[in-house]
Design a protein. Structure first.
Length: 164
């Protein structure tokens, strides 16, 4: 590629998952490679969300995925178990702490689906990523309604948050 302008190269319009890009590491003067997945923020990573309040132990199902792009974490989760509290707190992925906004009690809110006391909810649930915290809080509706402290509880949500 010596003596060739980047503008003279043809463009790769369909990037495959195994395509590589050459990078010059200026600190070592060596050429390195970076995968397409790492270039755009990495591939989804499996994650087991944990409840810090809201379900009896052990959970029936607790699974999720997250991807980090820069200082933003995108996540999805599914949690199913027996409720033992009106409150529901879930750990954030990758042991991250959300940024401190200084004013808000939460950083971002996302919507999801759920089940309360064994009944499917017909309205979206609300999930707040707490400010400067390692947890999110789920509510049974967008108004911040409390869960029933018994019966089957399901939380299905996607969201994102920034971290320092």
């Amino acid at each position: 590629m010596a003596n060739k302008k980047i503008t003279d190269l043809s463009e790769l319009t369909a990037v495959a998952s195994d395509d590589m890009l050459e990078i010059v590491d200026t600190s070592t003067g060596a050429s390195m490679k970076i995968s397409q997945g790492n270039l755009v923020g990495g591939q989804p990573t499996a994650w087991t969300p944990a409840s810090t309040e809201g379900w009896t132990s052990p959970m029936t199902t607790a699974k999720g995925y997250y991807t980090i792009v820069g200082n933003v974490c995108y996540f999805s989760l599914f949690m199913d178990g027996t409720s033992n509290s009106a409150n529901t707190y879930i750990t954030l992925p990758a042991s991250k702490t959300s940024i401190n906004t200084g004013t808000a009690s939460y950083v971002w809110t996302s919507a999801g689906a759920g089940m309360n006391a064994g009944s499917a909810l017909t309205t979206p649930i609300r999930v707040d990523v707490l400010n400067n915290d390692t947890r999110m809080r789920a509510y049974k509706d967008m108004a911040g309604g409390a869960w029933t402290a018994s019966g089957q509880k399901i939380v299905i949500a996607t969201g994102f948050f920034a971290f320092a």
